[in-house]
Design a binder for this molecule. Structure first.
Ligand SMILES: Nc1ncnc2c1ncn2[C@@H]1O[C@H](COP(=O)(O)OP(=O)(O)OP(=O)(O)O)[C@@H](O)[C@H]1O
Ligand SMILES: [Mg+2]
Length: 296
């Protein structure tokens, strides 16, 4: 039998791409409209950490996957859940594809690489097909990704969030017990302004913010060896952290290797585990682990 999520998504994707109610069927009312839902644990998962930024393209998925791999390499049972329904990145980042199998109790079984378990919408629809859904369908898929995956026992699950402060962020923050959130930003004003909104959202719903990661902080020129702050002076991000009472968890340089490793599906932490960039990712993972009480 096909996984229920798979069948639902296939059906929605091919037959009802705009998510309109079927004729005769009453439209479903999302739980959100009937008052605030109860927060739930994700089954068999001890700690859940969300990687977020209101701004798109600042490196959430790249950082989420490298942090998750750092946790896995330290011996923690680790998973990563791609909650970006419209633009899933985890299949590419982990070089994984294919339909997930079903467990005995009808749950989706994660796909693994480099000792890291993963689940993504990208495994459930063909790679080149865009998802053209209305919010209700996205919420349905998200619920299933959150609560119908058999992780088989995890110490930590990293959630890679989509950009924005919309439905997905609200659903996750209101419905899942999160150990905390990590905010990603570049030092550019354009990104910092959105990151500040992300911080406000998590605080509003009482999710602890573990800190901020400054990505693409500076570029070390291989020619002259000079350090160039492409996205603006680093002082800006430190000021923003000070103003918002945030811990600066680390500063990741803009480096072509990080980009190339991402594209070939072998993130930097596994591609070059002894390199400087891996050291920074590992150090951030260690700090996060301490903050949430992950243990050794
Ligand atoms: N430190 C870095 N150095 C070089 N390239 C990077 C770095 N961080 C991220 N990138 C590249 O920047 C692009 C955006 O990264 P990524 O997809 O992780 O961002 P995102 O915030 O998850 O985007 P979205 O909002 O679309 O989900 C990718 O091409 C990625 O390889
Ligand atoms: Mg992403």
């Amino acid at each position: 039998m096909k996984p229920r999520l798979f069948s639902t998504l296939r059906c929605l994707h091919h037959e009802n791409p705009l998510g309109l109610p079927r004729s005769g069927a009453p439209p479903q009312i999302p739980r959100m409209q009937r008052g605030l839902p109860q927060k739930r644990d994700i089954k068999d998962v001890k700690k859940v950490v969300a990687v977020s930024s209101a701004k798109g393209g600042v490196g959430k998925s790249t950082i989420a996957v490298n942090l998750a791999l750092s946790f896995a390499r330290r011996g923690h049972r680790t998973g990563i859940l791609d909650t970006d329904i419209f633009g899933p990145s985890i299949p590419t980042l982990l070089n994984l594809s294919g339909e997930p199998r079903l467990s005995n109790n009808n749950q989706l079984l994660p796909l693994s690489n480099y000792g890291l378990k993963s689940m993504s919408m990208g495994y459930l629809i063909p790679e080149a097909s865009p998802v053209a859904w209305r919010g209700l369908m996205v919420m349905k898929a998200l619920q299933q990704l959150l609560h119908e995956v058999d992780w088989g026992g995890l110490d930590i699950l990293v959630l890679d969030l989509p950009p924005g402060t919309g439905d997905v962020q609200l659903t996750i923050t209101q419905q899942v017990h999160l150990s905390g959130a990590i905010i990603i930003s570049t030092p550019q004003d354009l990104s910092l302004k959105d990151a500040t909104k992300g911080v406000a959202l998590f605080r509003k719903v009482n999710v602890p913010i573990l800190g901020l990661v400054s990505n693409m902080s500076s570029f070390v020129c291989p020619g002259c060896g000079g350090k160039h702050p492409i996205f603006g002076p680093l002082g800006k991000i430190r000021e923003m952290c000070g103003r918002n009472d945030l811990t600066l968890l680390g500063e990741i340089p803009l480096h072509p290797k990080i980009c190339e490793d991402a594209d070939r599906g072998k993130p930097t932490v596994v591609a070059d585990p002894d390199g400087e960039e891996a050291r920074i990712f590992n150090s951030i993972a260690d700090t996060v682990g301490e903050l949430i009480g992950l243990g050794k």
